[in-house]
Write a protein that binds this ligand. Structure first.
Ligand code: FE
Length: 143
């Protein structure tokens, strides 16, 4: 993994205390949740997807699409600076790993088979994300 200047650095014990066992296994040990099991794969609500490790806004619902791959899929991050990409040659494949720029947490991989205009598919573990639903604007008029 590329060495970066991460804003949030926690010890292994701190991460274990902060994350669920599944989140720890994926974010800190680069595991992958089984396809079609993640809580957010089929989420179609409007809102924001934050890093489960540090809370950084990573993806927005407008960029989410139904890829059929079994993991939440996005065309583009919320901002190019919030994620980092690293060559990953594990398991005999050449892939591009995506991590959170702030805490270094493993998010998933990005593949060049997404829809236009980006042509990218950010294939992200549900366990690496927390979703915040955007409340519909109230129609109540304050007096
Ligand atoms: Fe993070």
């Amino acid at each position: 993994m590329t060495e970066t200047a991460q804003e949030m650095v926690r010890s292994d014990a701190e991460w274990r205390a902060h994350l669920t066992p599944e989140q720890y296994r994926i974010l800190r040990e680069k595991d992958t949740e089984r396809p079609f099991t993640g809580a957010l794969t089929q989420n179609h609500e409007t809102g924001d997807y934050h890093c489960a490790g540090c809370g950084t806004l990573l993806f927005m619902s407008g960029a989410k699409f139904d890829s059929g791959c079994g993991w939440p899929s996005f065309m583009i991050p919320a901002d190019s600076k919030v994620v980092e990409e690293h060559e990953d040659i594990s398991f005999g494949m050449r892939r591009v790993e995506v991590t959170c720029a702030r805490c270094g947490g493993h998010l998933g991989h990005v593949f060049p088979d997404g829809p236009k205009p980006t042509g990218l598919r950010y294939c992200i573990n549900s366990a690496s994300l927390t979703f915040t639903r955007q409340e519909p604007h109230s129609t109540n008029q304050e007096p």
